[in-house]
Design a protein around this ligand. Structure first.
Ligand code: URA
Ligand code: SF4
Length: 215
């Protein structure tokens, strides 16, 4: 029988593993077709356990080469936003909904392509294992793909952003993806979008601080 190429990551996810075990195992994953053209899987990184977990979409071009999440231009925006929000990056766990870079080749350039719902679903066993291992009080979804992974539904980022909602027995907030801030051409509007991201991150961190430790 030919295996469905997007049947999902479950057979590759070690049961009960901590982040180091999971990060070691992810390179072997063949749960969807995205592994093939990518350089490597990019697993989450940071503190574990952590009260605050941030979730992006998928690694970008730079992350695919470096093997670390958020080390490219969007990561630069995120770093500045975390600093402005008073959040030490060493205190959080940072990951992506999908662990391999999806792209289209255009000449020598690799152009980011948004992962399909099927890729998010296929990769969910990794994300779910991270959620168990990191056990955050608050999960921040950076954009709609992360919201899909956390809430299991379509989210309207513009309408829902900044609200503390409930998901997976924790608090979860949807906010803008830092690359959405980067894409804004007009500098005043871009600054406003950046400030809104900072305000959301600050509120999420405050909620994580005041959450009971033994949820
Ligand atoms: N964008 C993401 O969503 N994640 C990364 O790791 C980098 C860019
Ligand atoms: Fe596995 Fe996720 Fe990579 Fe697909 S994107 S091969 S499910 S790690």
């Amino acid at each position: 029988m030919i295996r469905d190429p997007n049947a999902g990551a479950a057979p590759w996810v070690p049961v009960g593993g901590g982040i180091p075990e999971l990060a070691g195992a992810v390179q072997a994953c063949r749960g969807c077709e995205l592994w093939r053209p990518a350089t490597q899987a990019v697993f989450g990184a940071g503190a574990s356990p952590a009260a605050l977990m941030l979730v992006g979409e998928q690694p970008g071009d730079r992350e695919d080469l470096a093997g670390e999440p958020f080390v490219g231009p969007a990561g630069g925006v995120l770093d500045r936003a975390l600093t402005a929000a008073g959040i030490g990056s060493e205190t959080i766990y940072l990951t992506n909904a999908v662990k391999h870079f999806r792209f289209e080749e255009r000449g020598k350039r690799r152009i980011h392509k948004t992962p399909a719902v099927g890729h998010v679903t296929a990769c969910a066993p990794w994300f779910d294992a991270e959620l168990d291992a990191v056990d955050p009080a608050v999960v921040v979804c950076l954009g709609a793909t992360a919201a899909r992974a956390v809430f299991g539904r379509t989210a309207a980022v513009g309408r829902e952003r900044g609200r503390l909602q409930s998901a997976r027995g924790r608090l979860a907030m949807i906010t803008a993806h830092p690359s959405a801030v980067l894409r804004i051409r007009e500098s005043g509007e871009r600054a406003q979008a950046f400030d809104a991201l900072v305000a959301d991150l600050r509120a999420a961190a405050e909620a994580a601080r005041s959450a009971p430790r033994d949820r």
